[in-house]
Design a protein around this ligand. Sequence first.
Ligand SMILES: [Zn+2]
Ligand SMILES: [Zn+2]
Ligand SMILES: [Zn+2]
Length: 772
Amino acid sequence: MNRRLAISIQGVVQGVGFRPFVYRTAVESSLSGWVRNRPDGVRIEVQGPAERLDRFLEALRQDHPRQAVIDSIEVREIAPADDAGQGFEILTSDADAEKRPSIPADLATCPECQQEIESTAERRFAYPFTNCTNCGPRYSIIESLPYDRPRTSMKSFSFCPECEAEYRNPLDRRFHAQPIACPRCGPRLELLAHDGRSLACEDEALRQAIEAVLAGKVLALKGLGGFQLLVDATDDRAVNLLRERKHREAKPLAVMFPSLEALRQCCSVSSQEAEALLSPQAPILLVRRLTGGPTRVLAESVAPGNPRVGAMLPYTPLHRLLLAGLERPVVCTSGNLSDEPMCVETREALARLGKVADLFLVHDRPIVRPVDDSVAKVGPRGLELLRRARGFAPLPIRLKEKAPTILAVGGHLKCTAALSLGDQVIVSQHLGDLDSAEGAALLERTVDDLLRFFDARPEMVACDLHPEYVSTRIAERIARNWSIPLERVQHHHAHVAACVAEQSIEGEVLGLAWDGTGWGLDGTIWGGEALACAGPELRRFASLRPFRLPGGEMAMREPRRSALGLLHEAGELRAKELTGQWFSPEEFQALCGILERQVSSPVTSSIGRLFDAVSAVLGIRLRNGFEGQAAMELEFAADGVADEESYPLLLVPRGDLLLLDWAPMLEALLAERDHGIPVPILSARFHNSLADGALAIARQAAIPKVVLCGGCFQNDRLTRTVRERLEGSGFEVFIPRRVPPNDGSISLGQVLVAARRRSSTSESALRLKTNS
Ligand SMILES: [Zn+2]
Ligand SMILES: [Zn+2]
Ligand SMILES: [Zn+2]
């Protein structure tokens, strides 16, 4: 007796080989019916005997492609149709499905492809561009939608007969896999000297590249989403050479390990961490280094003084072949200069990286847009992204509510752009900082891309409140060109809203936005804010007691200036100590002068700058080599310290705002320092004090839901202690996970705030209309 089921599946089920999987599963069980893409997922009708249908449903849930994410499966029984015995079909997508397709993300090599490149019997043995429906490049090669080979950078490669047959066979793993290729018909490797001379091709290119890295040379590799720079991570001299040439003195470098086993020789990796590393997204994962013993394989210069290392496993066949030949971990860092975007074209890479790399291992599959490696860590509730790019972008984030079409341009550092379409927000990959002309150009290109891909006409554009941001100017131009309204969203409001959007939090929340800098509603630099947020509204409930930053921008790079500003505000100015240790007498005089006169020394309530100041006061770091260095080293100083004590950090009213007064804490900290209490203990107590402060604020606000966001919550110790304090007192704590806590999430938050402002104005307009 045949029955028929109508099945609706929601989640990430398009562009991930889901329909071929459904097809194969149905055909294997001799079920009839069809599958097709729908705007919100996949729809299946399937018919056959009951027990085979049960097995089919079971397979949908258990055996689906690992890169698919099923949010929900809805099953209804319907009347049997007369297609019984006519087999199973993949139907073309619905007309509306074509209007809003999703763009698939790049995926790490799947186990089957891995096996093929390792097996001499396979025609893709050792072929660096092997991929299938379950893996390979996507977003980095798509030129336009719908996603089909002629609209990717694979268009110039025509199929050989064997690849074509695989592509056309619904039972093959490569059925409709757009980027597939083989040694006969696909892209090829080439090794170039730094002046662009060709040195070798294919296997020989790979062999010479491996030799060069083993000899301590710097290799520029054209990877999946852009150029990367590789050196032997066990060779201190090679790592330092790369640092010197890249002008990157101290910032930690990511390391690619040949295998999980090799990684476990240097780092402790939990089963959850292993799962993340081996996932199709294969991010760079922050894992703890093992200490002592014969485990010091990594050169110290990879991540100096850092108890963790950013580790990843080979995620393309090319990386896999390289690492198999090297048999050791390699530094694998973005091919750029300081914070510019990654190079994607060979000519551009030769021009920009010619003085950094000795050799260039390149190929002829064009990269359409830079897609950096994602960075993540495993937190108490699973994976938490710190940089959202390869593997995750541009998969949509689903909102609880429908939004108008809003384009958001993000902030200034770690910029992303976002576009809302109905109840989905497409957040672009991490674009980097906008200080360089290249960075700004990349943001403009990304905005064009998003609009073009989805054929979208924005109804509004959203940007930061900061009048000088490059992104703000770009947004102003877009608003003019499209004649659409511009919504300016306060930076920390956007931080809170991003977490609200990502985790579909309902009702009012208290957002603790602890950050470096963001333009405040009062024109000062905010960054230690407690914001009560409901709908589009924002109420500044509490803030860090403000202090001045002598020299403004310079203070971001020089924690000693933050410390001077803090001590000056506290009246704790120990001139002798400071002049001797931190500044020349002339500098000191000048900086005190501007603080006294209140010129060139903007007011800030930034917790990021408080971290800087305390780092300097404790003698940890006076000048930052990279953004956040002083704060990171202050965190690391307390590594492994279990100390429960804290300093007084009081909440005092000033007008209708509560201020978190750091002065008593600073006094106690300095006194303990002068009594010779070790720095690790002082650092632990400083973190504890901030957690006390967070709890005091939350209790006063009495809002049960608390969001932790902003760059400071990249600090593991801070996040853990604040969370424990709050949860211990019954608060529900939210931390962004699928978007980073840092400025990478600003564009998503801007979208939500702009959408809610729009819906509240249209509601009040409606009320006015009904009243009159
Ligand atoms: Zn594959
Ligand atoms: Zn082929
Ligand atoms: Zn921020």
